[in-house]
Design a protein around this ligand. Structure first.
Ligand SMILES: *[C@@H]1O[C@H](CO)[C@@H](O)[C@H](O)[C@H]1NC(C)=O
Ligand SMILES: *[C@@H]1O[C@H](CO)[C@@H](O)[C@H](O)[C@H]1NC(C)=O
Ligand SMILES: *[C@@H]1O[C@H](CO)[C@@H](O)[C@H](O)[C@H]1NC(C)=O
Ligand SMILES: *[C@@H]1O[C@H](CO)[C@@H](O)[C@H](O)[C@H]1NC(C)=O
Ligand SMILES: *[C@@H]1O[C@H](CO)[C@@H](O)[C@H](O)[C@H]1NC(C)=O
Ligand SMILES: *[C@@H]1O[C@H](CO)[C@@H](O)[C@H](O)[C@H]1NC(C)=O
Ligand SMILES: *[C@@H]1O[C@H](CO)[C@@H](O)[C@H](O)[C@H]1NC(C)=O
Ligand SMILES: *[C@@H]1O[C@H](CO)[C@@H](O)[C@H](O)[C@H]1NC(C)=O
Ligand SMILES: *[C@@H]1O[C@H](CO)[C@@H](O)[C@H](O)[C@H]1NC(C)=O
Ligand SMILES: *[C@@H]1O[C@H](CO)[C@@H](O)[C@H](O)[C@H]1NC(C)=O
Ligand SMILES: *[C@@H]1O[C@H](CO)[C@@H](O)[C@H](O)[C@H]1NC(C)=O
Ligand SMILES: *[C@@H]1O[C@H](CO)[C@@H](O)[C@H](O)[C@H]1NC(C)=O
Length: 565
C-alpha cells in the first residue's frame, strides 16, 4: 500500500474524574451519583441534571476532607469534587451499594470512580493506590497534583445484588482517597457481545466532532464522551455537522447518543484520509467500537466509502472483513474492532477511502476497552452469611464491607482465607482484642475454619458446643473473656485442638488442663498444621495492575498522503 506519514499532531485529552454515590431509581434502573466526603443529606442537582447524594449511607470508614478546587473544572461538577474521603487505616476500605433485586436482573452496570487530589493534605504528594470492585482487581490509580481522573468498568452481577468498590493501599504513606462514585444500569444488550463473565475496562471514549463533552442527559446511560476541545490545528483538522434532520441510532448495539453522531472529524485537505493512532504501549489487546454517520445528503455522483486498516505500518496488516465502510445518512454505523495490539511502538486505525469514493473518510466517535480477568464468584456464600451473623452481633465488626477475601491478598484485616481466587473459604477469625461484648452467634456454617482467636474480649454465657465441631479447626483461643459454665465435650474431646480458655473467672476449669490443652504436648507432634495468618501485602506485592484509564490519553492523528489503492 502506498501510504506515507505526512504529519503528526499530538492532542492531549484531559481525563476528568469525580467521587460520589447517589441512588436515583429511574424507571427501575440504577442511576446513583455519590459525592464522596459529602455529608449532605439533601440531594443536589448539577448542571447536567445529575442528582448527587452524600456518601454516608454507603460507607462507615475513612476521613472526610475539603478540597480547594479551581473556579471552573471543565465538564465536571465542581461541587462533586470539593470534598473527598481518604482512608489512612486498613488494607482496604469499601463502598457498598445494595440494589433492589428487581434492578439487578435487568442489566449490566457501569461504575465510574473519580479522583481529584487538589493537595487536600498539604503534602503536594498525590498518592498511588488500587481500586477494586466486587472482589476483582480494577485498576491502579496514580493521581496527580491537579487533574481530575476517572476510570470506568462495566460488568454483570451474578448471584448478588450488591455492588462494592474498594480502595486498597499499595504503597507506604500513599493514602487512598476517592472524590466521587457513580453507578448506572445499562440495557442488557449494551456491550452484550462480551460474555457476562468478563468485565470491560474502558480506556477511551471520544466524540471527535463535538467541541464539548457529551454525557447525561444526551447519553441516557451517562457515558462520558470526551471532546478534543478546541482543535489544536484548525488548518489541518475540520469538524463537520450533519444536515440530517435526525439521526436514528436504532441499528447500533451500543446506542451512542445522537449528539456524538451529529458531528464528525475529518482532515481539512479533502484529498487526505483520517487515522487514529496512539503510542500507548498496549500490554493486552484493546477492543474498539467505532461509530460513523454520513453528515451530507449525497447526490448520485457522490460517494463516501473507506476501508479500515489496523496497524497499516505492519507488513501483514489485515483488511477488516466488514470493509468497505459506508456511513449511513441520518443513521449510524457501529463497527467492532477486536484484538488491536501495539506494533513498532504504536498502534493505528486508518480509514483509507476506496478508489470509487469521491469523499474523504471521517470518524464520529471511538470507544476502547480491555477485557478484564474472569469475574470472581466471591467468598463462599455460607461463609459470607456466617460473617454477617457475627457482624450483626458485634458493632465493632459492622463497618467492614466488600468481599471478605478477594481480591487476594486484600482480605478484611480480621480474617484469613484459602488460596482459591474464585470462591475462597474463610480459614481464620482473628478477633482478639476487638472489645466484643455479649454472646457468640452460631457461625458453624464457616466450616473451613482452622483458627478462631477470640482472646481478650468480653464474651459471656456458656461456650457454644459448635466451637468444637469445626472439622479443620486446630486453634481455638477464648482466653481472657467472661465465659461461664463448663468446657463443652465437643472441645474437651477434640484431640486435634490447641485450646485456651484461661482468664475466664467464671468458667469451671478443673482439671486446669481442660482450659489449656495443646495436642503438641500431649500426642506425638502432628505434621505442622499451617495456621493461616492474615497475609499483609508487602508494598512490593502491590500495585501490579494495569495503567489507569484516568491518565491523559495521547492521541496522534496521522495523515496519510493519498489513499489506498
Ligand atoms: C453551572 O452552570 C453555571 C452557568 O453556566 C455556572 O456559573 C456554574 O459555575 C456551574 N456550576 C458548576 C458546579 O459547575
Ligand atoms: C431474575 O432472573 C431470574 C433468572 O433469570 C428469575 O428466576 C427471577 O425471577 C428474576 N427476578 C426478577 C425480580 O425479575
Ligand atoms: C493546609 O493548609 C491550609 C493553609 O495553610 C490550612 O488552612 C489547612 O488547614 C491545611 N490542611 C491540612 C489538612 O493540613
Ligand atoms: C506535585 O507538586 C509538588 C510540589 O509542586 C511536586 O514536588 C511534585 O513532584 C508534584 N507531583 C506530581 C506527581 O506531579
Ligand atoms: C454465575 O454463578 C454460578 C455459580 O453460582 C456459575 O456457575 C455461573 O457460571 C456464573 N455465571 C456467570 C455468567 O458468571
Ligand atoms: C461548538 O459547536 C457548536 C455547534 O457546532 C457551535 O455553535 C459553537 O459555537 C461551538 N463552540 C465553540 C467554542 O467552538
Ligand atoms: C427506535 O426504536 C425505538 C424503540 O424501539 C422506537 O420507539 C423509535 O421510534 C425508533 N426510532 C426510529 C427513528 O425508528
Ligand atoms: C511494552 O510493554 C512490554 C510488556 O510490558 C515490554 O516488554 C516492552 O518493552 C514495552 N515497550 C515499550 C516500547 O515500552
Ligand atoms: C453533487 O454534489 C456535488 C457537490 O455539491 C456537485 O458538485 C455535483 O454537481 C452534484 N452532482 C449532481 C449530479 O447533482
Ligand atoms: C482475540 O485474540 C485471541 C488470541 O489470539 C483469540 O482467542 C480471540 O478469539 C480474539 N478475539 C476476537 C474477538 O477476535
Ligand atoms: C477499484 O479497485 C478494485 C480492486 O481493488 C478494482 O477491481 C476496480 O477496478 C477499481 N476501480 C476503479 C474505478 O479503479
Ligand atoms: C492535499 O494533500 C495532497 C495529498 O497528500 C497533496 O498533494 C496536496 O498538496 C495537499 N493540498 C494542500 C492544500 O495542502
Amino acid at each position: 500500500m502506498n501510504t506515507q506519514l505526512l504529519n503528526l499532531l499530538v492532542l492531549l485529552v484531559f481525563a476528568p474524574i469525580s467521587c460520589f454515590l447517589l441512588l436515583v431509581p429511574v424507571s427501575g434502573k440504577v442511576f446513583l451519583s455519590i459525592d464522596c466526603g459529602s455529608s449532605s443529606l439533601k440531594p443536589r442537582t448539577d448542571n447536567n441534571s445529575i442528582v448527587w447524594v452524600g456518601d454516608g449511607p454507603y460507607i462507615q470508614t475513612g476521613e472526610v476532607h475539603k478540597v480547594n478546587i479551581p473556579a471552573q473544572i471543565p465538564d465536571f461538577d465542581s461541587n462533586a469534587l470539593n470534598t473527598l474521603r481518604a482512608f489512612p487505616t486498613r488494607k482496604k476500605n469499601c463502598y457498598s451499594i445494595d440494589l433492589d433485586s428487581k434492578t439487578v436482573n435487568s442489566s449490566r452496570f457501569l461504575v465510574r470512580a473519580n479522583f481529584y487530589y487538589g493537595n487536600y493534605d498539604n503534602k503536594s504528594s498525590p498518592p498511588t493506590f488500587n481500586l477494586q470492585f466486587n472482589g476483582n482487581n480494577w485498576e491502579q490509580i496514580t493521581t496527580t497534583n491537579d487533574s481530575v481522573l476517572y476510570t470506568e468498568v462495566v460488568f454483570s452481577l451474578n448471584n448478588t445484588n450488591n455492588i462494592n468498590v474498594c480502595l486498597a493501599q499499595t504503597h507506604l504513606d500513599n493514602i487512598p482517597f476517592i472524590s466521587a462514585l457513580e453507578v448506572r444500569s445499562l440495557n442488557s444488550n449494551i456491550y452484550g457481545y462480551v460474555p457476562s463473565e468478563f468485565p470491560l475496562l474502558f480506556q477511551l471514549r471520544t466524540a471527535f466532532g463535538t467541541n464539548k463533552t457529551v454525557r447525561y442527559p444526551e447519553d441516557s446511560f451517562d457515558r462520558i464522551w470526551s471532546s478534543l476541545g478546541p482543535l489544536s490545528n484548525p488548518s489541518t483538522l475540520r469538524r463537520i455537522t450533519s444536515d440530517a434532520p435526525s439521526i436514528n441510532i436504532n441499528s447500533t448495539i451500543d446506542k451512542p447518543p445522537e449528539a456524538v453522531l451529529r458531528t464528525a472529524l475529518l482532515l481539512f485537505n479533502s484529498s487526505e484520509d483520517i487515522a487514529y493512532s496512539d503510542t500507548t504501549n498496549l500490554t493486552g489487546p484493546w477492543f474498539f467500537n467505532a461509530y460513523f454517520s454520513e453528515p451530507i445528503k449525497l447526490n448520485s455522483t457522490q460517494k463516501r466509502s473507506f476501508n479500515l486498516v489496523v496497524n497499516a505500518n505492519k507488513d501483514d496488516s489485515l483488511f477488516f472483513p466488514e470493509n468497505p465502510l459506508i456511513p449511513p445518512y441520518g443513521g449510524a454505523l457501529e463497527v467492532h474492532i477486536a484484538n488491536v495490539s501495539t506494533f513498532n511502538s504504536f498502534f493505528s486505525l486508518a480509514f483509507f477511502r476506496t478508489n470509487d469514493s469521491t469523499l474523504p473518510s471521517l470518524i464520529n466517535a471511538l470507544e476502547a476497552y480491555t477485557v478484564g480477568a474472569k469475574l470472581a464468584q466471591g467468598t463462599n456464600s455460607n461463609d459470607v452469611k456466617a460473617l454477617g451473623l457475627l457482624q450483626k452481633s458485634f458493632i465493632q465488626l459492622q463497618n467492614w464491607n466488600g468481599d471478605p477475601c478477594l481480591p487476594s491478598p486484600y482480605t478484611w484485616d480480621w480474617v484469613a482465607c484459602s488460596d482459591d481466587t474464585d470462591s475462597p473459604r474463610i480459614t481464620a477469625l482473628n478477633l482478639n482484642d476487638f472489645g466484643l461484648i455479649g454472646t457468640l452467634p452460631d457461625f458453624s456454617a464457616m466450616d473451613a475454619l482452622k483458627t478462631i482467636n477470640l482472646r481478650n474480649n468480653s464474651l459471656t454465657e456458656d461456650i457454644p458446643e459448635f466451637l468444637g465441631t469445626f472439622p479443620e479447626l486446630t486453634v481455638l483461643d477464648l482466653a481472657d473473656n467472661n465465659f461461664l459454665g463448663t468446657v463443652p465435650s465437643s472441645i474437651s474431646n477434640n484431640v486435634n485442638l490447641k485450646f485456651t480458655a484461661t482468664g475466664n473467672p467464671n468458667l469451671s476449669c478443673t482439671p486446669t488442663s481442660i482450659c489449656n490443652t495443646d495436642p503438641a504436648s500431649r500426642i506425638p507432634p502432628p505434621s505442622t498444621n499451617t495456621n493461616t495468618e492474615p497475609k499483609i501485602p508487602s508494598p512490593a506485592d502491590k500495585g501490579k495492575s494495569s495503567k489507569t484509564l484516568a491518565q491523559p490519553i495521547i492521541i496522534l492523528l496521522i495523515m496519510f498522503s493519498g489513499f489506498l489503492l
